[in-house]
Design a protein around this ligand. Structure first.
Ligand code: SAH
Length: 252
């Protein structure tokens, strides 16, 4: 008889950004398969569970997706409740479809608990609403990094939020301009949003590469367009000015 798998969005950072439902279900776990970007303090919610790290960062050394799928199926056949704890929201750039399909193929029951995705955490960190009445009617979530390493950018929404952009800010800036964004459009970079050491810096699309050094090695969200503009009330606050430039070549 199989157990079940509960996918839980841990939120973007500090453990208290998990939802109440997520915390309650986490407490029922026998086994927790957790990601690199989740807070170790979440262990306090399920101290008796077996915690298995299956972290992934970018496309570097990590537990392969096939291994994660196999681990989910294996553990679900051995215990009652397996929690798959994912950073942010499980449905946003979390390879959720592959894991759901593997479990469906094995006839294992699943539930998904949503979490606060990084785009929303970055908006909160900077007090920049993602939608703006009258001129910010649409928001798009895009991964800046494709499987081939090519950088992807677009101009399809009033506010564009780019995940996995940290290493690619020079290329992203150029691609955004090629996609039709005016080079003086606002761009805001936020790293480790929701953590006590979160950082943000303000730029235009043309000066976005200057954010590279400040946010190096940290999970980073880049917001462009309407939702990146500082509010009048908060514009006085002086965000960090990352004055280093980036000389990375544009990847094909
Ligand atoms: N499922 C996650 C996203 C996973 S992809 C979510 O919903 O947030 C990993 C990317 O998310 C990172 O490369 C980074 O771009 C972004 N990210 C995750 N946590 C972040 C944080 N606390 N601050 C800024 N960006 C973050």
């Amino acid at each position: 008889m199989n157990g079940r798998v509960v996918f839980i969005g841990a939120g973007p950072g500090a453990a208290d950004l998990i939802t109440l439902r997520g915390a309650r279900l986490l407490a029922t776990a026998d086994v927790v398969l957790f990601d690199a970007l989740t807070d170790p303090a979440l262990r306090d919610f399920a101290p008796g569970a077996r915690w298995v790290h299956v972290g992934k960062r970018g496309f570097s050394a990590s537990t392969g997706q096939a291994t994660i799928n196999a681990l989910l199926v294996k553990h679900a056949s051995e215990v009652d409740v397996v929690v798959r704890l994912k950073g942010g929201d499980p449905s946003v750039f979390g390879r959720l479809e592959e894991e759901l399909e593997a479990l469906a193929d094995a006839g294992i029951e699943c539930e998904i608990v949503p979490g606060v995705t990084a785009a929303i955490a970055a908006a909160a960190a900077t007090q920049r609403p993602l939608t703006r009445r009258g001129h910010g009617r649409s928001v798009s979530l895009t991964t800046a990094m494709t499987r081939t390493g090519a950088v992807h950018a677009s101009h399809t929404a009033d506010t564009e939020v780019f995940y996995m952009a940290g290493k690619q800010l020079c290329a992203l800036s150029r691609r955004l301009i090629e996609s039709g964004w005016p080079s003086d459009s606002p761009a805001c970079a936020v790293s480790r949003a929701g953590w006590p050491d979160q950082l943000h810096s303000d730029h235009t699309i043309a000066t976005l590469p200057r954010a590279s050094l400040l946010h190096a090695g940290r999970p980073t969200i880049v917001t462009v367009g309407a939702g990146a503009r500082a509010l009048r009330a908060t514009a006085q606050r002086n965000p960090i000015d990352a004055s280093e430039t980036c000389a990375e070549p544009l990847k094909p």
